[in-house]
Design a protein around this ligand. Structure first.
Ligand code: ADP
Ligand code: MG
Length: 480
């Protein structure tokens, strides 16, 4: 029997607010353990939480971006469970009234037909994160770091619309690009700013009823999402083919062994006894709040990609590479706005600019060469003043010393030789000076042409356009 898989993701996005969701404590990553733990987030007696307005705005921004239903009013609930990293004994979350209801995320299809796919979003709600258990700091003991307790999370739940592990990973990527474009999260996977739980079931191809599902907890990379799901789908198919039944359970992915296994019993308990948090007032979303959120809404990665392909003539690959990182997209857009040819600008940003940033271990938001300068540089390639190779030298000089494009071209003597008569004279000299090679070339050793081009380039100290030299030599020698 043939099976197909059905996948829904629950993605936790850490919001980039300056302070925690119900207290004024800082949220900077990497502080010494427990230095950002605050009485409110620990739920000490007598404290009162207050909702962070910035977190509400970010959730609304996300809701608008996915064309989601925004609840006119929402409230917070207590989700009760016992765990050492949750000293309050409950997590403040949203259960019955999430801030964002049904919406849609658009992503590229992974089967290469280029048609975008719409993935349904069931809901997105705000909640606080828990602390962290630290297993490697003390021999035989587990430490608890509560710095993360109370940092704001947006949990985004997708419909079971995803069909393959690749598609699930692509959706996770799309969400990553989206929240970064919206500037509501740094999306730093290494620091746990985005984690996801993957729900998966299988069913015989041709049937429409959903099979029993399992949930794989806490996947923190695109690759792990794909690998964990691939493994779990195989496991479920094996169970069904052996005549068994898939058990509804929560599993963990062990990346080292590349397998999933069930979590221990007490962690499975899902009787959370939700009830409205009596300390927090319901939140009413005003039209001013909606306007403020709308004002923060940038062009979305999916629209950017479509614009790059349809209007600027870029490849799907280039569109993805540029549009999915907001800083790269901003730099590229500014370069094109400054008048650069879009394809040249795309190649430069993806190639020499990216390589130089990488070499200096910095990122494009810190690039010392402005988009305007890059546009001038590209204009000089386009009008034939300099070769591509010379342009890289100019770029490196702009990077190191600043200055202006034409000034550097002249100071370094990089302007291409464009006088056809002068070039023709040099070509003639090279032909005259290399009679043996010319004879070999005419006898059919076509590779010799490259040698002669090199000789001309040398004689011009690299200032000629190699394509032009090539054409002139062929013409002068009468070879094809
Ligand atoms: P819970 O309340 O247990 O979190 P939800 O109904 O909220 O369950 O669903 C959680 C996630 O599981 C969603 O992303 C949803 O799309 C996905 N999901 C639900 N049923 C199935 C199924 N049979 N197979 C795969 N995914 C599913
Ligand atoms: Mg859930």
């Amino acid at each position: 029997m043939q099976f197909e898989s059905v996948i829904g993701l629950e993605i936790h996005v850490q919001l980039a607010t300056a302070s925690k969701i119900f207290s004024g404590a800082a949220t900077a990553y990497g502080a010494a353990p427990n230095t950002q733990a605050c009485p409110v987030d620990l739920g000490l007696p007598g404290v009162l939480p207050v909702v962070n307005r910035e977190a509400i705005r970010m959730a609304l921004t996300f809701g608008l971006a996915i064309d989601g239903e925004i609840a006119p009013a929402c409230r917070f609930d207590r989700k009760n469970y016992f765990y050492p990293d949750l000293p309050k004994g409950y997590q403040i979350s949203q259960f019955e009234q999430p801030i964002v209801g049904r919406g849609t995320v658009t992503m590229d299809s992974v089967d290469g037909d280029g048609e975008p796919r719409a993935i349904g979003i069931t809901r997105a709600h705000l909640e606080e994160d828990a602390g962290k258990s630290v297993h490697d700091a003390f021999a035989g003991l587990t430490g608890i770091d509560l710095n993360r307790a109370g940092t704001p999370l947006l949990e985004v739940v997708s419909d079971p619309d995803l069909r393959t592990p690749e598609e699930a990973a692509a959706f996770f990527r799309e969400m990553h690009a989206l929240v970064r474009a919206l500037r509501i999260s740094d999306g730093n996977l290494n620091e746990g700013s985005m984690r996801c739980d993957a729900n998966v079931s299988v069913r015989p191809v041709g049937t429409s009823e959903l099979g029993e599902r399992t949930e794989i907890k806490n996947l923190n990379s695109f690759r792990f999402v794909e690998r964990a799901l691939r493994h779990e789908i195989e496991r479920q198919i094996d169970v069904l083919e052996a005549g068994g039944a898939v058990q509804r359970e929560t599993r963990l992915y062990d990346a080292e062994r590349d397998e999933t296994r069930p979590m221990r019993g007490k962690e499975l308990s899902d009787d959370y006894r939700y009830f409205p948090d009596p300390d927090l007032l319901p939140v009413r979303i005003t039209s001013e709040m909606m306007e403020e959120a709308r004002a923060h809404l940038p062009e979305l990665p999916s629209s950017k990609r479509a614009r790059y392909v349809d209007d600027l003539g870029l490849s799907q690959y280039a569109a993805r590479a540029l549009a999915n990182d907001p800083d790269t997209a901003g730099y590229f857009d500014a370069t094109v706005e400054a008048g650069a040819n879009a394809r040249q600008a795309a190649n430069w940003v993806m190639d020499h600019v990216a390589a130089t940033l990488h070499r200096h271990e910095t990122d494009i938001s810190q690039c010392p060469v402005s988009p305007g300068r890059l546009a001038q540089l590209i204009a000089r390639i386009e009008d034939g003043s300099i070769s591509n190779t010379a342009a890289k030298t100019v770029f490196d000089a702009l990077w190191e010393e600043g200055g202006d494009v034409d000034g550097i071209i002249d100071a370094k003597g990089l302007r291409q030789m464009r006088d056809p008569d002068e070039l023709a004279r040099i070509v003639a000299q090279v032909i005259e000076g290399n009679p043996d090679q010319v004879a070999d070339l005419k006898a059919g050793q076509t590779k010799i042409l490259g040698f002669l081009v090199g000789q001309v380039m040398r004689a011009t100290r690299g200032k000629a356009d190699p394509r032009q030299v090539n054409a002139l030599l062929k013409e002068a020698l009468g070879v094809g």
